[in-house]
Design a protein around this ligand. Structure first.
Ligand code: CA
Length: 149
């Protein structure tokens, strides 16, 4: 399974990449929106982990542009945890929304795996229903991250 991480915080990107690589995923990293969009356009990923606040073009724009060409599953990865932001991400066609900070504790990597499995098995059309799924995994990850910082 090949995953693209678009994240400008290099430490976060390296940390997520390490966690996923250890779980057997093949991981590419882009640190800017345009680079991420380029990689997403030229390669076929099974999943894109997309930060919202990026230099150049932001995650919303990256997702919009990717969706014009492909239906690659996208999980937003963001420090923005307002409900409005989640709704915006999901409306634009994201498959889930994970709120930073998170950690690769057993609970949280389970959360990641669950999300991966969900987006792999079926890519639901973008409706209001994924909200609870997204809220649940975001909460689980935040809870798991507490104490590890
Ligand atoms: Ca960022």
């Amino acid at each position: 399974m090949r995953i693209l991480i678009v994240e400008d915080e290099r430490k976060t990107a390296a940390y997520v990449k390490k966690g996923l690589t250890e779980q057997g995923y093949v991981v590419d990293v882009a640190h800017e929106g345009l680079d991420g969009l380029h990689l997403a356009s030229t390669n076929n990923y099974d999943l894109i982990l997309l930060d919202v606040m990026l230099p150049g073009i932001d995650g919303w724009k990256v997702l919009e542009s990717v969706r014009l060409q492909k239906q690659t599953p996208v999980l937003f990865l963001s420090a923005l945890d307002k409900v409005d932001d989640r709704v915006k991400g999901l409306k634009l066609g994201a498959d889930d929304y994970l709120v930073k900070p998170f950690a690769f504790s057993p609970n949280c990597s389970h959360g990641f795996r669950t999300s991966f499995a969900a987006v792999r098995s079926s890519r639901p059309p973008c409706t209001a229903s994924p909200i609870s799924r997204s809220t649940r995994s975001g909460t689980a990850c935040r809870a798991a991250a507490r104490g590890s910082n």
